[in-house]
Design a protein around this ligand. Structure first.
Ligand code: NAI
Length: 458
């Protein structure tokens, strides 16, 4: 649904009026298109806390963003890759802070970013790299955790459609798919996130056989998207198909026409099935005798009422669609070996599940349950099946679901985030595609919010 305020603020009178009245001024976000697949501008690579063991330069070079051009001398003590500043600001800044181990070194984070932050281009990216927290060194843990507060605060103040995220890692090449995603227009609505990237795949379960095809990463793979007939699910199906997957669009029998329309448009197939059926997992496995590689649990419903007014059936319907069916089908497909090694499961949580939301005790419970499922199952699914398990947690996304929300609550939901606008289904789809990527095998057990850094539960 159209965000008229966003269109109005893009006009000259709209800009003037909203500035005068002190109203939010959302920036038009640059999203991925085939014509403009990359950020426009250069990448500045900075280091805080001294040299680190990360072999970052080759990975950053492969993002396709040109390194900072040489120009006038940088007026900072922090170390930049070229030691120079360009006349126009960077489209992306990567700050390697993995070597920060004490409060003095934390000052280098300030020294590195303070001079460049103003010049970062609109819709630009700041990615801070941190180290895993060291349980045996509380000084290291304190300052590495400090990076989280720093990133979340900078995300809230930076504006102009720019995003700030933190990646905790020890191996740059294992994080390549994550860095490519965060340093691209595909992550337009992902900000204020902390993403942990592991080191390697479990032995015997390589994430991809052979080199990754970055243009068509899912070629030869089969992906199933529940609730794929419309809204976010339709965008996920489209994005996975763009990445080369054969997609099976699953939806309820009542949505058969829409499911077939989407499948025909994408050259994929449709499967009508109510995901709450006790034998849904078995029926999916029967439909896909060769197995599948990517399972997207997207189907979800709301039946909002405050608890005091909520009849039991509204509670149980939501819990059944949003959580019980996700648990049942996941268990059935893993038990049958229907998910091939190197497979990916991406479930759909919600910020309502992380932060809570009045009128949504049933929905919030179901979506928090999804996050619990992901965190518990992820290490075992990887060890036993070679399959990663992650979740996306959308914030306010412009769909039929949110179009039905009363006007004032809808406006509040849209504006109460660092980007001052709602996200689009494609923002969730791009995040899902990154988690489903064959090179994302070291990303496991993560719940990544796609919410423009919503103030809810932030
Ligand atoms: P939507 O209502 O537009 O689409 C949901 C789809 O799931 C529909 O095609 C529907 O027929 C299908 N579905 C419902 N029950 C099903 C069942 N039992 N079996 C098979 N398919 C079923 O919803 P939207 O907005 O696209 O949301 C998609 C997911 O994202 C849901 O899990 C939702 O909870 C979640 N989400 C959405 C947010 C938003 O702002 N739109 C925010 C946070 C989470």
């Amino acid at each position: 649904m159209a965000d008229r305020y966003l269109s109005f603020t893009a006009t000259a009178p709209g800009r003037l009026l909203t500035r005068r009245l002190g109203l939010p001024q959302p920036a038009a976000l640059s999203r991925w298109t085939a014509e403009r697949p990359a950020l426009e501008g250069h990448l500045t690579h900075l280091t805080a806390g001294g040299p680190t063991a990360l072999d970052l330069a080759p990975v950053l070079a492969r993002t396709g963003l040109p390194a900072e051009p040489t120009g006038s001398a940088r007026s900072t003590g922090a170390k930049g890759s070229g030691g120079t500043t360009a006349s126009s600001g960077p489209a992306a800044v990567v700050l390697d802070a993995t070597g920060v181990r004490d409060v003095d070194a934390l000052a280098e984070v300030h020294a590195a970013l303070h001079p460049v932050v103003r010049s970062v281009a609109a819709s630009g990216r700041i990615v801070v790299l941190g180290a895993p927290l060291d349980a045996r060194d509380h000084h290291q843990a304190a300052v590495q955790q400090a990076l989280e507060g720093f990133v979340r605060s900078l995300g809230k103040e930076i504006g102009r459609g720019r995003t700030v995220n933190l990646v905790r890692l020890t191996d740059a090449s294992a994080a390549e798919s994550t860095l490519r995603f965060l340093l691209s227009p595909k992550s337009a609505y992902v900000s204020g996130q902390v993403i942990e990237v592991g080191t390697e795949e479990v032995a015997g379960f390589p994430g991809s056989d052979g080199p990754v095809d970055w243009a068509l990463p899912l070629a030869g793979r089969t992906a199933l998207v529940t609730g794929g007939a419309r809204g976010i699910g339709e965008a996920v199906a489209e994005t996975l198909a763009r990445d080369g997957a054969h997609v099976v669009v699953l939806d309820v029998p009542q949505a058969e026409e829409d499911a077939r329309r989407v499948a025909a448009r994408l050259g994929c197939s449709a499967l009508t099935l109510d995901i709450t059926a006790a034998d849904a997992g078995e029926r999916i496995a029967a439909e896909l005798p060769d197995g599948l590689d990517v399972l997207i649990h997207n189907a979800g419903i709301t039946r909002d009422r405050r608890l005091v007014n909520m009849p039991a059936d509204r509670w149980s319907t939501v819990l059944d669609v949003n959580l019980a069916s996700v648990l049942r089908t996941t268990d059935a497909l893993l038990a049958k070996g229907a998910l091939r090694a190197g497979g990916r499961i991406v479930a759909t949580a919600s910020i309502a599940g992380l932060a809570g939301n009045a009128g949504q005790t049933n929905y919030g419970a179901s979506k928090a349950g999804v996050a619990g499922l992901v965190r518990s199952l992820a290490p075992r699914a990887l060890a036993e099946h070679g399959v990663t398990v992650n979740a996306v947690a959308p914030g306010f996304i412009e769909t039929r679901m949110t179009a039905a929300v009363p006007l004032f609550i809808r406006e509040a939901g849209r504006r109460m985030n660092s980007l001052a606008q709602g996200g689009l289904p494609v923002d969730v789809a791009e995040t899902t595609a990154w988690l489903a990527h064959p090179a994302s095998g070291a990303v496991n057990g993560q719940v990544v919010r796609v919410c423009g850094q919503s103030l809810l539960g932030a």
